[in-house]
Design a binder for this molecule. Structure first.
Ligand code: HPA
Length: 271
């Protein structure tokens, strides 16, 4: 993997010159609006980067965006990789390692998720304070590179406490409904049955989605502080479960997206 990473980084550095990003951002489904806030310096298609996976989802445009957001140098992933697309966990998290080796010191992650908590409604936001990994393996399975991080990384606090508190504070000041809670990651691509939503709530989940956790595990492995936020796009309440379509998920995500962008950009500017 080291050689593959070095090839990708060499290619990217050649394109971006002396632009040194401090903050990495992963933009979730229907949540690309933050890009409009970035003064773009460079823009690299995933498909042109050696060893980079290519998003199989049409609605993800698949680009690394380098630029300045509220005075901070950032690199944003427009489009991410999911296990259900057929990639390995190592492939999904490859861009996180690339961004870290390019110099980022913080990782900000967004996603669309289904609500499991009856108090958390469709269209609300939820800052992730902890997670339950129900995906079939860890991205750290296999030989460990000690230069990246320890064999058995600690997971007692995978989401940065102060960033979480600041994020909640910003939401409060802006009068945005923003909860905090536990995100459960599943593989998808199918959504959950009534019995599964019930089970995910019982085991301690507040929201469920198909991403984020592998990226967060790798960021923690590499010692990076993480802030993650979900836009709740549907309600997985088993007693009153309605069919959900991808169109509906994207529409809800797009509607709620400006609130999330406001929190993220204010939080990043405060770093
Ligand atoms: N389940 C899993 N993933 C999701 C959901 C859901 O209800 N909504 C958005 N992503």
């Amino acid at each position: 993997m080291l050689q593959a990473l070095n090839e990708s980084i060499k290619y990217i550095k050649n394109k971006i010159g002396d632009f040194n990003p401090e903050v990495g951002i992963v933009l979730g489904t229907g949540l690309g609006g933050l890009v409009n806030e970035i003064e773009i310096a460079h823009n690299i298609m995933y498909s042109s980067i050696p060893n980079f996976p290519i998003s199989t989802l049409e609605f993800h445009s698949g680009k690394l965006i380098f630029g300045t957001l509220k005075g901070k140098k950032v690199v944003a992933m427009q489009g991410r990789f999911h296990y259900y697309e057929g990639y390995s966990m190592q492939q999904i998290t490859f861009p996180i390692r690339v961004m870290k080796l390019l110099g980022i010191q913080y990782l900000f992650v967004s996603n669309a998720a289904g609500s499991l908590n009856p108090e958390f409604k469709k269209g609300d936001l939820m800052i992730i304070t902890d997670h339950i990994n129900l995906q079939p393996e860890s991205p750290l399975r296999g030989l460990n590179n000690e230069d990246f991080g320890p064999r058995f990384p600690d997971m007692s606090q995978p989401y940065h406490k102060e960033l979480t508190a600041k994020g909640l504070q910003i939401a409060k000041e802006q009068q945005i409904t923003c909860h905090q809670g536990v995100y459960v990651s599943v593989t998808g691509p199918n959504l959950e049955t009534k019995a599964e939503y019930k089970y995910l709530r019982i085991i301690g989940g507040d929201a469920v989605g198909m991403s984020t956790v592998p990226e967060v595990i790798v960021a923690n492995h590499m010692g990076m502080p993480v802030f993650a936020i979900s836009v709740l796009t549907d309600e997985g309440f088993p007693d009153d479960l309605k069919p959900v379509s991808l169109e509906e998920i994207i529409e809800t995500a797009s509607k709620a997206e400006p609130k999330m962008t406001q929190i993220l950009s204010q939080l990043i500017s405060s770093l």
